[in-house]
Design a protein around this ligand. Sequence first.
Ligand code: RFL
Ligand code: PHB
Length: 394
Amino acid sequence: MKTQVVIIGAGPSGLLLGQLLQRAGIENIILERQTPEYVLSRIRAGILESGTVSLLHQAGAGERLAREGLVHEGVEFLFNNQRIPVALSALTGGKTVTVYGQTEVTRDLMACRSRSGATTLYQAGEVTLHDVNSASPSVSCLYRGERVHITCDFIAGCDGFHGISRQAIPAHLRQEYERSYPFGWLGLLADTPPVNHELIYAHHPRGFVLCSQRSATRSRYYLQVPLSEDADAWSDSRFWQELRARLPPELCERLITGPSLEKSIAPLRSFVVEPMQYGRLYLVGDAAHIVPPTGAKGLNQACADVNYLWQILEKYYRQGREDLLSQYSALALRRVWKSERFSWFLTHLLHDFSSHTPFDNRIQEAERDYYLHSRAGQTTIAENYVGLPFEPVE
Ligand code: RFL
Ligand code: PHB
C-alpha cells in the first residue's frame, strides 16, 4: 500500500489530523491498535477551548458540537468554604470554553472519517516504523492475520503516551522531562444534573475536588485520592459521601446523586519529549506530552499540535514550502510548555500535598488568596484557561 501520510492512533489527535488532511486533498491512512468501540469507551476530557472548537468546525466536525455543546463564560474556584467566580469571558475580551466530551468529539470525527471513505485499519497489531530518517519512510502492521506494509511521505505519531512512535526517535537525540505527582483523580460519571451551572475547582484539606459536567443531565466529579487507592474500593455511596465531606453545605443540599456510569482513577503526570519530530516522523498530542488534567489542557494541546502540523503539511504539498517541515517541533513546543506550566501551576495551587511543610502550606494559601482575589491574578488564570492563541504558520 502507498499513501501520503500514515497516522498512528485513532484518538482525537489522529482523527482530527486525518480529517483536516483529507479535506485538504492529502491522502492518509490511520492505524489503530484498538476497536472503535474501545476508543469510544474511554471517558476523558470535557472542556474545549475556543481554538479547539474552531478547528473542529474547520474539519467539518462541528455541527453537533454547535448544537449540543454548552458554552461557558465563567468558572468557579472554592476554598475556605468561599466560592469565587472567575468571569472568563469578561476577563479575556469575550472568549469562552465549551463543555463537550472527548467521547463525543471522537464519535463526530469517526463519523466524518467514515463518510469521507478514508482508510482506517482498526485492531492493527505490531505497528512498526521503518526508515523514519529517510525520504521514503514506511509503516508495517499485522492486520487480519496479514502483514501490511505502507510506504508514505510522512508519519504522524498520534498514539498517545503509551504508544510506540516516540521510541523511534533515537534515545541519544531524545530529551524527556517528567514530573509525577503523589496522587490521582478518582472520577465518577453519572446521569444526574450538575450541582452547579459553572464548573467548580475546589481546594479542601481532605483533597482537591472538581465538579464538572457533560450536559444538563450528566455530571462528572473528581476527587483527589492517594495513588495507592483502588477504584474498586470506592462504592458509589463512598464516593458521594466523600464528595459531600469536601463541599460546603449549600452545594451538598443541591447535590443530586445517582448510580455511576463509570468510575476510574487517573494518575497525574507532567511529561514532555523534545524534539517532537525526527526525520519524517512528527509526534502529536499525548505521544509527545502529558499534563495533569487540572487545567483541562491535554486534549486542547493535542488539537493545537494538529493545527500546526496540518498547516505545515498543507503548505508543503500545495506551495512547496519545504522550509516549514523542520519548524514543527519548535513551533509546537512553545505552546506545549505554556500548557505544561499552567497545568502544573493549577495542580500546585489546588491540591493537598502530604510532603508540604507548614511553611509550604501557608505559601500555597497565600497564592490562592492572591491569584483569586486580584484582577491581575484572575486574568492570568482566565487567559490560560480559555486557551492561548495559535501562532501563525508562515
Ligand atoms: P489518545 O487519546 O491516547 O489516543 C491515542 C490512540 O493511539 C492508539 N495507540 C496505538 N495505535 C496503534 N499502534 C500502537 N502501538 C498504539 N498505541 C496506542 C490508542 O489506542 C489510542 O486510540 O491520545 P491523543 O489522540 O493525543 O489525545 C489526547 C487526549 O486523549 C488527552 O490529552 C486528554 O484526554 C487529556 N484529558 C483532558 N484534556 C483536556 O483537554 N481537557 C480535559 O478536561 C481533560 N480531562 C484528560 C481529562 C485525561 C484524563 N485521563 C484519563 C488521562 C481527564 C482524564 C481523567
Ligand atoms: C472533565 O469534565 O472531565 C474535566 C473538566 C475539567 C478538567 C478536567 C476534566 O480540568
